[in-house]
Design a protein around this ligand. Structure first.
Ligand code: UT7
Length: 329
């Protein structure tokens, strides 16, 4: 699916927030649990540490501080949010949805609220949906949360996955705007590659003795990731007739520094325009892009007028890009 912003109603991000749990797990700590080393993890992934949720913290607990921060920036107390989408593969529980729980905590009594599952690309899918609802006039103030507590579904004896992931959440507020904001989206899925990153026993399909823990074929996902980060970004840029030199801030899914470097070089984006925080958080799945956006904002890189390119990829297999002109809010 690809489309540019043709609607009369322009839509932008008016608030942004992020939260990661306090507990830090370093590579050296992981090396005490599985057969790995700080050297291997840094060389193959660029990750140095990640945050892990406390036993008492579910996704809604990680999301709420991010949501409150985003709402404060948008000048809202949350009661006027009319759409709340949580992108995740680790909701508090299958139902009630985490979004319904959050809407209740905010007092957003008029909000449509639902969770969305598109692997690590979930935030990009949710962003596109919220964009569409605001652009059509169906929503006036939408809240999009991307977050995961992947530590709950990892096999802590599998060195090929535990070293990669971390927990975290981010949130953005979308509203109609005088200025441009979102320019285009490109989203896609290839279920044929689904077997390379999957969670057997997590749904209605029966398995003999499922352990309900993440299984991944890292090499296949690596190949897929390096391909789609480039093709999706190129598609959205071409759709807007924008050259890669015009991109001021590139926010790729934070999975692995080697994947990001590969995409950056292939696309021809100078490294100083790339946002990277995977070294500090690992891959936080749906939390990855909003956490990186929040870091870029904290570093004063998201100034009005800047052209921002975001691309996510993940389980499904799925991918998605958005191009936007950052606005005053
Ligand atoms: O949101 C999407 C989520 N998934 C991803 O982004 C994953 C994408 N894939 C990757 O990032 C990389 O494929 C990995 C980081 C997972 C693996 O890096 P790699 O360079 O592709 O390594 P590899 O799978 O080819 O494994 C090389 C060796 C193997 O040993 P042998 O067979 O050569 O003896 C692995 O068993 O490294 C071994 N290995 C490890 N060694 C130390 C795998 N994991 C580890 C580890 N520590 N944690």
């Amino acid at each position: 699916m690809i489309g540019d912003a043709r609607s009369d109603v322009r839509v932008t991000i008016t608030g942004l927030g992020a939260y990661a749990p306090e507990r830090v797990i370093t590579n050296d700590e992981l090396a005490q649990m599985v057969d790995t080393s700080d050297e291997w993890i840094v060389e193959r992934t660029g990750i140095r540490e990640r945050r892990i949720a406390a036993d008492s913290q579910a996704l809604s607990d990680l999301s709420l501080p991010a949501v409150r921060q985003a709402l404060e920036q948008a000048g809202s107390d949350g009661t006027d949010v009319d759409l709340l989408i949580v992108a995740t593969v680790t909701p508090d529980m299958m139902f009630p949805s985490t979004s319904a729980l959050l809407a209740d905590q905010l007092g957003a009594t008029d909000a449509a609220a639902y969770d969305l599952s598109a692997g690590c690309t979930g935030f990009m899918y949710a962003l596109a949906q919220a964009y569409g609802m605001v652009a059509s006039g169906l929503s006036r103030r939408a809240l999009v949360v991307g977050g995961d507590v992947l530590s709950r579904i990892l096999d802590w004896s599998d060195r090929s996955t535990v070293v990669l992931f971390g927990d975290g959440a981010g949130a953005v507020v979308l509203e109609p705007s005088e200025e441009a904001g979102f320019l285009a989206f490109e989203l896609g899925a290839d279920g044929g590659g689904g077997e390379h990153l999957w969670l057997p026993g997590s749904g209605s399909r029966k398995f003999d003795d499922p352990d309900r823990l993440v299984k991944m074929n890292g090499r296949e996902v690596f190949k897929f990731a390096t391909r789609v980060l480039v093709s999706s970004a190129e598609a959205v840029l071409e759709r807007c007739d924008v050259s890669v030199e015009d991109v001021d801030v590139y926010v790729p899914h934070q999975a692995n520094v080697r994947i990001i470097d590969h995409a950056t070089k292939k696309l021809g984006i100078p490294s100083e325009r790339v946002v990277i925080n995977v070294d500090r958080y690992g891959n936080t799945s749906s939390g990855s892009i909003p956490l990186a956006l929040a870091d870029a904002q904290a570093d004063d890189r998201l100034r009005p007028g800047k052209l921002v390119l975001m691309t996510g990829m993940g389980a499904g297999l799925t991918w998605g890009s958005a191009l936007m002109r950052w606005t005053e809010g």
